[in-house]
Design a protein around this ligand. Structure first.
Ligand SMILES: Cc1cc2nc3c(=O)[nH]c(=O)nc-3n(C[C@H](O)[C@H](O)[C@H](O)COP(=O)(O)OP(=O)(O)OC[C@H]3O[C@@H](n4cnc5c(N)ncnc54)[C@H](O)[C@@H]3O)c2cc1C
Length: 407
């Protein structure tokens, strides 16, 4: 990911839209705003770290899937696939836009129990009814299709190889950001540290360098810092916290003869093809999956030795020669209320928008959610895909829309 040199100060003292956070969500909103017919307002994106080094965006495994358990997430994923496939044409077929299409090796959910098979079947029916290519496989069929996988303990699996796999999420952010800037959006390297509210409006924000800016609309796209940013506007109930997620890249002596789908082992370890001879594997913590300090990026556990290597070398015996070549720990911006994104206006502060809480699926949800927030700002309503099921109001009203299929 390039580290662009943004200015630290703004060119004006008022903006029609200020977006806090310039990673995948913030950049998608900026990009969709400049592309939204009827919008000619001023847009400022404030990003405290333009290298995005510690953002969830940078840590992403860059995968996309339609195997969700809620209709809205399936529809969001379908838009993401269309968006990525048409990426070049959205930039006027600029030959410099290097966003390769989706690598369609699919997701393979492995089930080792009748109970989980029933859940997969129910999800598969919903996904198929919406046009996704998911189908169920018996353990024998899994063995037939992926002979290198150990299947003795399996009951079934679900697989979709249509518009599901991995994509260049970081390339997408980089290009959305570049095109937004070329179309008049200002990005600055600074931090929003304070907000002044007046009844039901945020009137102004204060930056780290003391600069004050008055705002018409403000968007919280601050990832794991979303709750902290919301408190600046007196919103103290945003249920978002940072959760550890580990990723390792490894190579093997003898690569598999075909692509490995993003395979979700019943242990929660998930792995997929990465390069021609190497693989990506990720997992949640070994211990309890609890909130961590947003500044803490340490490897708190021996996840490779204790969890990942035993799991992958059992599931794929050829991976006994696995050697780690890279690793990182990133934070999910985890919505503890229902593991789903929170999109749209606050109920009391009438110019405060959310685009937060993606709980591990924000790279693929950025296109649809960025478009939705842009539509709300420009038209006061969703125009393409109605995301009102993801509105903030469900939190104070106690109406969770739980997404079960969180990896
Ligand atoms: C290990 C891991 C693997 C993942 N894999 C996938 C995957 O395969 N597929 C998928 O779809 N999703 C995946 N995700 C989730 C996805 O990466 C995130 O949901 C998504 O990147 C969130 O983007 P965001 O822009 O909302 O937040 P972030 O990427 O966290 O960006 C928020 C930005 O806001 C800035 N900011 C915060 N506060 C302020 C402030 N006060 N002032 C100025 N700037 C501020 C931060 O510096 C940051 O750059 C993964 C996440 C992790 C951690």
């Amino acid at each position: 990911m390039p580290n662009p040199q943004f200015p630290t100060t703004t060119s004006r003292d008022h903006y029609d839209v200020v977006i806090i956070g310039g990673a995948t969500s913030g950049s998608s909103i900026a990009w969709h705003l400049v592309n939204e017919k009827g919008f000619s307002g001023s847009v400022l994106v404030v990003e405290r770290d333009p290298s995005l080094q510690l953002s969830a965006t940078k840590a992403s495994n860059n995968c996309m899937r339609q195997q969700f358990a809620t209709q809205i997430n399936i529809e969001i994923a379908q838009y993401a696939a269309e968006f990525v496939k048409k990426f070049g044409s959205q930039f006027g077929d600029d030959p410099c836009v290097p966003v390769p299409p989706i690598r369609n090796f699919g997701y393979l959910y492995l089930s080792d129990s009748k109970r989980f098979t029933e859940i997969l079947q129910k999800d598969q029916q919903l996904q198929s009814s919406l046009g996704a290519g998911t189908h169920m496989l018996s353990a024998d069929k899994v063995k037939c299709q992926y002979p290198f996988l150990l299947t003795d303990d399996l009951d079934s699996a679900s697989l979709n190889t249509k518009d599901e796999g991995c994509f260049n999420a970081i390339g997408m952010v980089d290009w959305m950001r570049k095109f937004a800037i070329n179309n008049g959006v200002e990005y600055i390297n600074n931090e929003v540290v304070e907000m002044v509210t007046n009844g039901d409006q945020v009137e102004s924000i204060k930056l780290r360098n003391g600069e004050k800016i008055s705002v018409q609309n403000i968007v919280n796209a601050a990832g794991t810092r979303a709750a902290q940013v919301s408190t600046m506007a007196g919103i103290n109930d945003l249920p978002i916290e940072a959760r550890r997620r580990y990723t390792f890249i490894f190579s093997v002596d003898e690569p598999l003869p075909q692509d490995l789908p993003l395979t979700i082992d019943p242990t929660g370890v998930h792995l997929r093809s990465y390069g021609p001879r190497d693989y990506l594997v990720g997992c949640p913590p070994i211990g309890p999956d609890i909130a961590v300090n947003i500044e803490d990026f340490s490897f708190a556990e021996n996840v490779w030795e204790e969890k990942i290597f035993p799991t992958i070398s059992r599931r794929v015996p050829k991976f006994r020669t696995a050697r780690v070549t890279d690793s990182w720990m990133g934070h999910y911006e985890f919505n503890t209320f229902d593991h789903n994104a929170i999109i749209g206006l606050h109920t009391a502060i009438k110019n405060f928008y959310f685009c937060v809480g993606f709980s591990g699926h924000g790279s693929q949800q950025a296109p649809a959610c960025g478009r939705a927030v842009a539509e709300l700002i420009v038209h006061g309503a969703f125009k393409s895909l109605d995301l009102s099921a993801l509105s903030y109001s469900r939190i104070p009203e106690g109406r969770p829309l739980t997404e079960r299929a969180v990896i």
